[in-house]
Design a protein around this ligand. Structure first.
Ligand code: PLP
Length: 507
């Protein structure tokens, strides 16, 4: 990036090379004695050349990563309105709990008798998840939302196969669905049959009914849906899919909007993943791993994956293998990952639930929905929304308000970067032209949401005033301006190659 400073730095914003460009051969942060000479047992497979790691001192390592981290937008820095992602504050109490030695230092291969507390925690979290979803069983292993979807769809496949029903090849999925839904169905060998939405942004019930048949394995539906709207015909959808022997998979990524208010079990759901890293505030995105436990209806519960925690006479056991007749896990579809799940995420999620209590979790949903509607209502004269009426936890805008201005949704998003905001989710859902999906969450104060609204409205007015160039030049203040995202996706450079030696380069 061109700057008028000698160094390329801009005040607190420091330029930083790659670790490999920074490193020098032989430089190190630690002083280790030479390794003792031992006879090699590698049978001629030992490495002969240099491993090629960057040699850096301790202060260089620290500065490198601190400088890099300052280029990174985070929820700890400002409101992070990325729709569908529920970027909410991660309470520090959760971090403290996750670091308790009894949780932080346990190993998944330790004998059961030495990790009773950790197993109890998994069991207790599972109990809460069953309670708030209103469903009788839960599988804790899945490592993310998409992994939870895979878990749910594998259970659906196993349930059909157990009945000898192997002809079910189609899965119904709304056109507005998150991309992971069709990807999961395809991964499980199903054909994706898209269902259009209606003029109210909800799934078209008549279209669902028209697509039913004995070859339908199930439906995947998000409620609230990815347009931020509550599917008020969800019960009818469940009844329709059940009437042909299919199952109802609910994508629970948007659970933040209904936690404590409505139970998927009451909506006829057979399987739903809960993104602990969204609804229950465990750090995610660049900040940490995910966790996607799946709640199951009684019909699918027998097929849940292993391992599972069971309580017997006050002791906690892990069932790791498909058991004997009548034992839990007898019909399990098997194991989908090593070990028992994301332990650190479990601790954080349970800490979050316990510190909120049942009433607090209900208030989470109420405040999340209120914040989104506050944005929607405040911006209604300056921006346009594709669907009428109140929204749930996300305010969705389209690009009609930009029509004729020469400014696109992408330009608008880039201008937000200059204002100190991570852009909202743009161009998703695909069914809305120039979509801007905005999710403030409940953890922003009114003042914070007001500042954000002020930026949205001011930028919208600026676009309409004819200053398109202002948007085309954005972002001005980011460490990098407009990178070629297409080239980056199509031709990713995943490997650093050392520059050619000087003599050669000169030729
Ligand atoms: C985030 C999200 C997912 C996927 O969850 P990951 O944890 O990112 O795998 C699926 N569906 C919807 C609607 C989401 O928002």
């Amino acid at each position: 990036m061109k700057t008028d400073t000698v160094s390329g730095n801009r005040g607190l914003d420091l330029e930083e090379p790659l670790l490999f460009e920074l490193g020098r051969k032989g430089r190190t942060g630690v002083d280790m004695p030479d390794a003792p000479k031992v006879a090699s047992r590698l049978g001629g497979l030992e490495r002969e050349g240099e491993i090629g790691l960057a040699g850096v001192s301790e202060p260089e390592v620290i500065r490198h990563f601190v400088r890099m981290s300052r280029n990174n937008y985070s929820i700890d820095a400002n409101l992070y309105p990325l729709g569908s992602c529920t970027m909410k504050h991660n309470p520090r109490l959760n971090e403290k709990m996750a670091r308790l030695p009894g949780f932080g230092d346990v190993h998944p291969l330790q004998p059961e008798s030495t990790v009773q507390g950790a197993l109890e925690l998994i069991n207790t979290l599972g109990h809460w998840l069953k309670t708030i979803t209103g469903m009788p069983a839960v599988a804790m292993p899945p490592a993310a939302g998409a992994h939870g979807e895979l878990c749910g769809m594998m259970a659906i496949r196993a349930a059909h196969e157990a009945k000898g029903d192997t002809k079910r090849t189609r899965v119904l999925i709304p056109e507005s669905a998150h991309g992971t839904n069709p990807a999961t169905a395809a991964q499980c060998g199903f054909t994706v049959d898209p269902i259009p939405g209606n003029e109210r942004g909800r799934i078209d019930l008549a279209a669902v009914k028209a697509k039913l048949g004995a070859d339908v394995a199930g439906i995947m539906l998000t409620n609230p849906n990815t347009l931020g709207l509550f599917e008020n015909e969800v019960i009818e959808v469940a009844q329709a899919i059940h009437s042909v022997g299919g199952y109802f998979y609910a994508d629970g990524a948007n659970f933040n909007a209904i936690v404590g208010k409505a139970k998927p079990g009451d909506m006829g759901v057979d399987a739903i993943h809960i993104n602990l890293h969204k609804t229950f505030s465990t750090p995610h995105g660049g900040g940490g791993p995910g966790s996607g436990p799946v709640a199951f209806s009684a019909a699918l519960a027998p097929y849940a994956p292993l391992p599972m925690v069971v309580e017997r006479q006050g002791r906690f056991h892990l069932i790791e293998h498909r058991g004997d007749k009548g034992e839990p896990g007898e019909k399990s579809f098997g194991r989908m990952r090593t070990f028992n799940g994301q332990m650190g995420m479990f601790v954080r999620a349970l800490a979050y639930m316990m510190s909120h209590g049942a009433d607090g979790l209900r208030q989470v949903a109420e405040d999340a929905v209120l914040s989104a509607n506050y944005i929607m209502a405040s911006c209604k004269d300056d921006m346009t929304s594709p669907f009428p009426g109140p929204c749930m936890h996300e305010a969705l805008f389209d690009d009609r308000f930009l029509e004729g201005t020469g400014v696109t949704t992408l330009d608008f998003a880039k201008a937000m970067i200059d204002e100190g905001y991570h852009p909202m989710t743009v161009y998703f859902p695909l069914v809305v032209h120039g979509a801007m999906l905005t999710e403030p969450t409940e953890t922003e104060s009114k003042e914070s949401v007001d500042r954000f609204i002020h930026v949205l409205k001011s930028l919208a007015k600026k676009a309409k005033s004819g200053d398109a160039q202002f948007f085309k030049d954005a972002p001005r203040y980011a460490p990098r301006r407009r990178v070629d995202e297409t080239a980056a996706a199509r031709n990713p450079v995943l490997r650093w190659t050392p520059p050619a030696p000087k003599a050669q380069a000169a030729e």
